[in-house]
Design a protein around this ligand. Sequence first.
Ligand SMILES: [Zn+2]
Length: 182
Amino acid sequence: MVEEVAYWWRGRLYSEREAPPLAVPLRLVKVESVEWLCPKCGERAEWGPEPRCPLCGAKCEPRTVASKVPELVDAVEALERAFSRVCEARFRGAVALEPFGLFLPLFTWRPLDLELPDGSRLVGVYAGKPRFLKRGFRNGSTFELPGNLAAVVWSGFLECLAFEVGEPLKLVELLSASAGFI
Ligand SMILES: [Zn+2]
């Protein structure tokens, strides 16, 4: 059996042929649900303890409906899959950023605004080693995440995800061109 895959881009699903270059491949998962239908007029009833037809009041009957929905993946998984469509890509680590707090990136990232499947947003990207400055500490030190592409993601807080990718500049260009500047 061939596994079905859809390509997710900014809240919409595409076929492989139509998918934008960085659309996220998602497996389609079969889910079954029950709907209640009127045996007389075929109208669908709201679920309730004893569902009745909203038109004629007849007692409705259950019917199992199978549908396919895209699997839910987190931001790391989504970005790794999207980047992997362009070149080799591997997630290497993450660090939480405080926009005006202790951790400030030493780099200037390209601002973007791209929704990811889990509802978080890719708000910036940078090609090069992701560096951070620890501020406010007596021995203010710098540390680096491994990887050559930094993706800044907002999901209620700012987080920097580091990836080791084959073509970091190409990915930055593709993201800038397709996801748009703010
Ligand atoms: Zn009815």
